[in-house]
Design a protein around this ligand. Structure first.
Ligand code: ZN
Ligand code: CU
Length: 483
């Protein structure tokens, strides 16, 4: 029977890049309710609204595979840093840190990266997800639970391996999180709260992943000299649990390791032949996290992103401040705590090689609570589409789109997302392929991206004419086949 019901709106005359890594085709997109109802020639069809998008690309809304938006989703529900660059879904709870389950007035770094004071107040993961559902954000969220958060909830002293009793308690919390709708567990053994966790501890805490079909994501123990054993540990955890693993923000940190992505990508490719492994990356040579007394991180240029005891140092170079105060930057790091920083620690050749590696997804790793954030928070997705795909020609536009949509939805098990097909959710981003660009820079980190025309989440417009529409259609997403 022909479909004669009117569409809520038709995005007419654009080029659809559907998220499957195939070139764009000229087609109209008809939306009804929260779904894409038709893709094709809809010139004769009835619609309440017809939006002319000729000359523009209609793509699936971008999925940010790596975020620290757990608390931001509740506090700044418009999610402007994300919707302004076309992101419609964020994966939260990365690097071992999630907002729940933990009640704590002053959580240790790096958990404090999510805190705005009193933010850690959810003792059950279900309570956090309920809050997200009760006051939804503009974007969808797929939420992981962080192993460091579990440690902070259970262990009085984080600077040792967990005891069997503590492991049982953490596993019970992980079980509660997975049963209530978390999509996985993340670890961050690079960071102090989890640095003393053994591989066996992680495997035992993550057991519920296997029964709930969850995913394991990791900020590995080492991204520098000892990256190979860190990769091997990651693969082992995935194998022993028999679950998919995600290597977060893959990078080679520190000048002596520049160029070693040839080695790590070969190892990752080999592991992929034997087990489910994925990886993501952000498109910059600088990283950002807590201010950490770390030889590799502090070796290059360091810029302070926030500093509790000396807020006036925000935006300053660590070297300069150290010179002014007549001390070494290592000693200064202790004085400035708690604080955050940007670290110029990567090689452009590695960044490009990792981004070009076909299985690499795009994740921003943006830190939304930072006073002067790394520009990746506002610029990651347009930078991949504009700078790396269009301007440098690293890969075709449809591949860039796939790395932030279809590939990510498949890897994270987000059913009905990441594609523009009849029946899938109407998470859509319309952009100008000639103009799209990241405007955020290290000097002006919160500049809005250029070339984003409009953004829709579950059928509802959230970004039009360079502004938030006031709608909060975001949902909590589960993993696996649609219910
Ligand atoms: Zn991380
Ligand atoms: Cu992260």
């Amino acid at each position: 029977m022909p479909d004669t019901q009117p569409y809520d709106y038709i995005l007419a005359g654009g080029t659809v890049i559907d998220g499957s890594n195939t070139p764009g085709v000229k087609a109209d997109v008809g939306v009804r309710g929260d779904r894409v109802a038709a893709v094709g020639d809809l010139s004769g069809a009835a619609a309440r609204e017809r939006v002319d998008v000729s000359g523009l690309v209609v793509a699936p809304g971008f999925i940010d595979s790596h975020t620290h938006d757990d608390n931001y989703l509740l506090r700044r529900r418009d999610m402007t840093p994300k919707i302004s660059q076309g992101v419609t879904t964020v994966v939260t709870g990365n690097c071992g840190i999630s907002l729940a389950p933990l009640a704590h007035p002053a959580p240790p770094a790096p958990l404090d990266l999510l805190d705005e004071g009193g933010s850690y107040k959810f003792t059950r993961f279900a309570d956090y997800l309920d809050a997200l559902r009760a006051t939804p954000a503009a974007v969808n969220a797929a939420c992981m639970v962080g192993h460091s958060t579990l440690r902070a909830a259970v262990m009085p002293d984080l600077h040792r391996p967990a005891t069997p009793t503590e492991i049982d308690a953490m596993r019970a919390l992980a079980e509660e999180a997975m049963a209530s709708g978390a999509i996985g567990v993340s670890t961050g053994t690079f960071y102090p709260p989890a640095a003393h966790a053994t591989t066996e501890e992680i495997i035992e805490v993550c057991r519920p992943l296997a029964t709930h079909g969850g995913i394991y994501a990791t900020h590995m123990r080492d991204e520098g000299e000892h990256i190979v054993p860190a990769l091997e540990e990651t693969f082992r955890i995935g194998r022993e649990l028999d679950v998919p693993v995600v290597i977060s923000h893959h990078k080679l940190a520190g000048q002596p390791n520049f160029g070693r992505s040839t080695e790590t990508l070969a190892l990752i490719e080999r592991a992929m032949a034997a087990q489910d492994v994925s990886l993501d990356a952000y498109p910059y040579v600088a990283g950002s996290t807590m201010l950490k007394k770390d030889r590799v991180l502090l070796a290059g240029r360091v810029v302070i992103t926030w500093c509790k005891p000396f807020p006036e140092l925000t935006g300053r170079e660590l070297d300069e401040v150290a010179a002014e105060r007549g001390k070494s930057k290592y000693d200064l790091v202790d004085e400035l705590q708690p604080a955050g920083a940007i670290y110029f620690m990567m090689d452009e050749g590695d960044v490009q090689r990792i981004l070009s590696f076909p299985p690499t997804m795009i994740g921003s790793d943006g830190l939304p609570h930072d006073e002067r954030p790394h520009p990746r928070l506002w610029g990651t997705f347009p930078r991949v589409l504009g700078h790396y795909s269009r301007d440098l020609g690293l890969f075709p536009l449809e591949t860039a789109v796939w790395k932030m949509t279809g590939l990510t939805a498949a890897k994270f098990g987000l059913a009905g997302r990441g594609q523009v097909q009849p029946g899938c959710y109407a998470d859509l981003t319309v952009f100008d392929p000639a103009r799209i660009a990241d405007s955020a820079s290290f000097e002006r980190p919160t500049e809005r991206a250029a070339g984003i025309h409009s953004v829709y989440v579950n059928g509802a417009p959230v970004w039009r004419e360079q502004a938030f529409t006031g709608q909060h259609p975001g949902r909590v997403l589960g993993r696996g086949p649609e219910a």
